[in-house]
Design a protein around this ligand. Structure first.
Ligand code: SF4
Ligand code: SF4
Ligand code: FES
Length: 345
């Protein structure tokens, strides 16, 4: 073995005689062989069962999983059966192993996913959760069998519930988390009647990306909910309005106020929207922006999840700075509507 080869294996950066720096190459990932639904497949060591299934073109429903966040395994809608395992396993976090025998569509798996979907759909407003209606059909879920939804709670009641003090459920109704939407700022709204408690916003706001920790989980059991510190309004909380929580929310519980206003007015129409990619001009980081435009008006801004630097995250300027682009007099807008800042006719 040459000296250079030895150095590469020990992680040092060797120089060749001309002084050129050699960049050590990583060895190709090892693969493991497993069986998925009777088919033998190869998957990179360390990848998950979900990754392997997706590579095979198999759809596994997911709600709390996102490529850019650490898996938290809370929704359990992605479970699969692994031979030899006493319980169903969450495919979104369980790494593949050599010789594993996985079943993604067995009766046990389908029954479990059906129950998860029934519990969620009977207690949470999933009307803006993509794909969930199709999954409810596919798995034969009947959320209505738990009874009519309980009446919405008055504003603030859920925020005040104390661990160990919850009221017994009313047998005439399916318990729900439906409550008035929280509109306490001009940038985004929180509709916790749509919250499935997937923790994605908590992760994006906290340890995974933003490190602001403005959102956390309060309460226990069915009373558990996402909350600011002491349930204060967003402008009084630690929130810095990066909007990274909106970007990861799978149900629309967290939503741009612009989108919510359009939806409330019945004018939200994604078939009329275009998406233009550009670079944020506000600082030298140069984050990628995707401008969602409807009727010549920016209605929201996202950032691609697969960007290796920003991974879908932005700051307040990239996420909401576009509002100033539209701070135009009504005659320039051509529709006489008020600007987002409330000016205009
Ligand atoms: S608000 Fe959205 S992202 Fe946060 S826990 Fe609820 S559903 Fe998940
Ligand atoms: S989104 Fe924020 S960090 Fe990114 S380029 Fe714009 S101003 Fe800079
Ligand atoms: S998507 Fe796997 S547990 Fe939620």
């Amino acid at each position: 073995m040459t000296g250079g080869r030895q150095m590469m294996l020990t992680g040092e950066r060797p120089m060749i005689a001309s002084g050129t720096l050699l960049i050590p190459l990583q060895p190709p990932p090892r693969t493991v062989e497993l069986t998925i639904d009777g088919e033998t497949v190869q998957a990179p060591e360390g990848s998950t069962i979900l990754d392997a299934c997706r590579r095979q073109g198999k759809e596994i429903p997911t709600l709390c999983y996102l490529d850019t966040l650490h898996p938290v395994n809370v929704c359990r809608v992605c479970v699969v059966e692994v031979e030899g395992s006493r319980v169903l396993v969450p495919s979104c976090s369980r790494p593949v192993e050599a010789g594993m025998v996985v079943r993604t569509d067995s009766e046990r798996v389908r029954h479990s996913r059906k129950l998860v979907l029934e519990f969620l759909a009977s207690s949470v407003d999933l009307s803006t959760t993509p794909d969930v209606d199709r999954w409810i059909d596919d798995y034969g879920a009947h959320p209505e069998r738990y009874g009519p939804p309980a009446p919405p709670m008055p504003a603030g009641l859920r925020d005040s519930l104390q661990p160990g003090h919850h009221a017994p459920p009313d047998p005439d109704y399916a318990a729900t988390v439906i409550q008035p939407v929280k509109v306490d700022n001009e940038l985004y709204v929180r509709d916790y009647g749509k919250c499935i408690l997937c923790y994605k916003c908590v992760e994006a706001c906290g340890k995974d990306w933003q490190n602001t920790y403005a959102l956390t989980v309060a309460g226990r059991g069915f009373d558990a909910r996402i909350s600011t510190e002491f349930a204060v309004k967003l402008p009084e909380s630690a929130c810095v309005y990066c909007g990274n929580c909106i970007a990861v929310c799978p149900t629309g519980a967290l939503m741009f106020k612009s989108e919510r206003d359009h939806r409330d007015a019945g004018t939200w129409d994604e078939s009329r929207q275009t998406v233009t990619s550009t670079i944020c001009p506000y600082c030298g980081v140069g984050c990628n922006l995707e401008l969602h435009v409807q009727d010549n008006e920016i209605v929201k801004v996202t950032s691609p999840l697969d960007h290796e630097i920003t991974r879908g995250n932005l700051c307040i300027k990239g996420r909401f700075g576009w509002r100033y682009v539209q701070n135009r007099p009504p005659e320039a807008r051509g529709d006489g509507r008020r600007t987002p800042e409330g000016r205009g006719s």
